[in-house]
Design a protein around this ligand. Structure first.
Ligand code: KG4
Ligand code: ZN
Length: 325
């Protein structure tokens, strides 16, 4: 079995995965949403302190598995430096105490493998990752062959929802709050500009849209919030659809997946389903509980890495907060 730890942002999670079957045997996550909500976003130092409290509590519950562990895996990149270090330090201590190898996992690859928790891998795959830290499209052929074809030049899709929620004083995380508010709103009421329409570049940008929404919030009243939320969600999604359409014209998709915390967004899902129809491409999604950050996805990647003996040493495993795919 492999014990895996996730602490790249504001979720403390540990999983136990059986190597021979990829079966998830244990998973527990303690989220810090409530604690960060008052600040409208994640406060890194507070997050690190909460990981230091939560991770040992979850680890206590894993003790019955200790004598069966063959490796310990941990998210080592990318993420917040002060929170990544909490998980990596714990993983190193477990590696020494139990004399088992250490596996450093990339969080973004973790999101891709969230599709295959308890499932066989299915590659090649075109993947849209939409999370709080990333908005990118990747061609995934295998664990070793991942090519990024488009990514954000500034804010991410999920982050823009967080910022809009913060402007409206709704709390954190903003994604589910804005999605709920948007359901009663008019998507056409505010004519926000779809980003990067004038350039053929395959890239994403959310900073301009965020500022346009800020002006609408400042000039509006609370009664307008639902229409602002709906119009924002529509344009934030239309931006992705517009760029994907351009990409699919050159590279038609066969299998397409949406992963990451914001892949829970139903409007985005439905718009992508419509876009895929003429291509007869299948749409893969992870179970809702594994869309947002979790340790089960890290454990799933770790099984692949264990089978290929992709181990790190205590000296060389370091955090790389800004690593990219
Ligand atoms: O993958 P994740 O848990 O953490 C990162 O790796 O960043 O994603 C969290 C992000 C947050 O920005 C959150 O607001 C967004 O995903 N999110 C959503 C929804 N649910 C979560 N964004 C839009 N619609 C949602 N329903
Ligand atoms: Zn994530």
């Amino acid at each position: 079995m492999i014990l895996s730890i996730e602490s790249s942002c504001d979720d403390s999670a540990i999983a136990i995965t059986e190597i021979s079957t990829c079966r998830l045997l244990f998973h527990k996550k303690i989220s810090q949403e409530l604690e960060h909500s008052a600040y409208g976003g994640v406060v890194p130092e507070l997050a690190a302190r909460l990981h230091a409290e939560a991770l040992p509590k979850i680890l206590e519950e894993c003790k019955p598995y200790f004598d069966k562990l063959k490796a310990v895996a941990v998210t080592s990149s990318p993420g917040l430096a002060v929170t990544l270090i909490e998980g990596v330090t714990m993983a190193k201590a477990i590696s020494v105490a139990l004399s088992i190898p250490l596996i450093g996992v990339n969080h973004l690859i973790g999101h891709i493998y969230s599709l295959f928790i308890e499932k066989e891998t299915q590659f090649p795959l075109t993947v849209l990752l939409v999370s709080g830290g990333h908005t990118q499209v990747m061609e995934v052929e295998s664990l070793h062959k991942i090519t990024t074809v488009a990514k954000s030049m500034d804010d991410s899709f999920g982050e823009s929802f967080d910022k809009v929620a913060k402007m409206m004083g709704l709390g954190y995380p903003g994604g589910p709050l804005i999605e709920k508010l948007a359901m009663d709103g008019d998507r056409k009421k505010y004519n926000f500009t779809i980003p990067l329409m004038q350039t053929p570049k395959l890239a994403f940008s959310y900073s301009g849209l965020k500022n346009a929404v800020r002006l609408a919030v400042e000039n509006g009243t609370k009664e307008d919030y639902k229409d602002i939320a709906a119009s924002f969600e529509h344009v934030a999604t239309a931006h992705i659809i517009h760029k994907l359409k351009k990409y699919f014209a050159i590279t038609p998709p066969k299998n397409f997946a949406i992963v990451g915390g914001a892949s829970a967004n139903l409007y985005l899902r439905s718009q992508i389903e419509t876009l895929l129809k003429p291509h007869a491409a299948s749409l893969l999604l992870s179970e809702l509980k594994y869309c947002s950050d979790n340790a089960a996805m890290i454990g799933r990647v770790a099984v692949e890495m264990y089978n290929q003996e992709m181990f790190s040493s205590l000296d060389t495993l370091d955090i790389t907060p800004r690593s990219q795919l």
